[in-house]
Design a protein around this ligand. Structure first.
Ligand code: 2RA
Length: 336
């Protein structure tokens, strides 16, 4: 069986990665439609060695496809996803627009594939935020065995999370600063080259940023446990691909570092680094693959039920495009 598929936001960083992942993972595609706003319509993308013209989403007939992968921004999803879903297309949405609606499944296939059972509620499935996805893949096996009481997490997030313009800004600022030329931050609120910015997304009334609160809301929804406490600080760092997370856990039942290493060694999607000096990094380990890499696993010397982990993953792949394609693969395998 093959499926006709549309990628909305096909010229963006994540949309392009979605198209690459569909090809790389040999998704059973009949026809691929590349869609974007009027501004990008007419350009071309490459799929399986062929040029495909990007069409204006406003002219698209959604009855032509069975799957729609959306990554063109929350406003576009808000407007187009209900139309596509109504036409019978299963929408897998990478924006935050539908994530917190109770009848829309929010899914990481290694963690809560059972949530897909409700996909017909709206014909819309939400893909979680990149920083939540990698944290969930690493923590679910620990939650199953010991119960997570509280997560304290600081992120080190790459600029690709902000899209193409953000990546260009890091490259250009770096070159300009090295050549003593002036810079003007645009994609970020501060200079990003040679710096770290403790702001991702907008500030909220409680003084956390939206990125930080996404990690709270999404963790509770994905684990189906609103008692899991999450305290996050999200930081943008001058890295192109891959998010890092220093995670400090408190579990309900005692579990030690050795047990956690063994648990994670068997966990789907996880690569464990248990030798002390072999910790993963964004550049050397995560960039360009789909693993969630976990290292620096150690007991917290300040808390009897505390654990520390360092988790890195490619935010554009596992944090967005790959996870979306895996959702569709899981649907096909178990529900269609
Ligand atoms: C970021 N979480 O890294 C966002 C991308 N969705 O900016």
């Amino acid at each position: 069986q093959v499926f006709d598929v549309a990628v909305l936001g096909a010229t963006g960083l994540v949309g392009q990665a979605m198209i690459e992942m569909l090809e790389e993972r040999k998704f059973p595609i009949g026809t691929l439609y590349a869609l974007a706003s009027e501004r990008s319509a007419g350009s071309t993308i490459n799929f399986k060695g062929e040029e495909i013209e990007v069409q204006n989403v406003d002219d698209f007939d959604w009855t032509l496809v069975q799957f729609g992968f959306f990554s063109a921004g929350g406003d576009v999803s808000a407007r187009i996803a209900p139309i596509a879903a109504e036409a019978g297309c299963i929408v897998i949405d990478n924006t935050s627009h539908f994530r917190y609606e109770p009848d829309v499944p929010l899914v990481v296939p290694e963690v809560n594939p059972q949530a897909l059972a409700d996909f017909r509620n709206r014909n819309i499935i939400a893909n979680p935020n990149c920083s939540t996805i990698q944290m969930m893949v690493a923590l679910k096996p620990i939650h199953d065995v010991a119960g997570i009481e509280r997560i304290n997490v600081c992120t080190y997030q790459s600029v690709s999370g902000g899209g193409k313009k953000a990546m260009e800004e890091l490259a250009l600022q770096t070159a300009n600063l090295l050549n003593t030329r002036p810079i003007t931050p645009e994609a970020f609120s501060r200079q990003i080259a040679f710096n770290a910015i403790p702001q991702i997304d907008a500030f909220m009334d409680n003084d956390y940023t939206k990125e930080e609160m996404k990690m709270v809301w999404e963790t509770q929804k994905i684990l189906g446990d609103s008692d899991v406490l999450v305290n996050a600080t999200a930081v943008r760092v001058p890295v192109f691909y891959g998010h890092g997370e220093a995670i400090h856990l408190e579990t309900r039942m005692p579990v030690d570092a050795l047990q956690v290493k063994q648990l994670l060694a068997d966990a789907p999607g996880v690569k464990v680094y248990d030798a002390r000096e072999e910790f993963p990094t964004q550049v050397s380990s995560a960039s360009g693959n789909d693993w969630v890499h976990v290292g620096r696993i150690r007991d917290d010397i300040s808390h009897p039920n505390g654990l520390n982990l360092w988790v890195v993953s490619d935010n554009v792949r596992k944090g967005a495009a790959t996870n979306s394609v895996q959702i569709a693969e899981t649907l096909i395998k178990d529900y269609l």
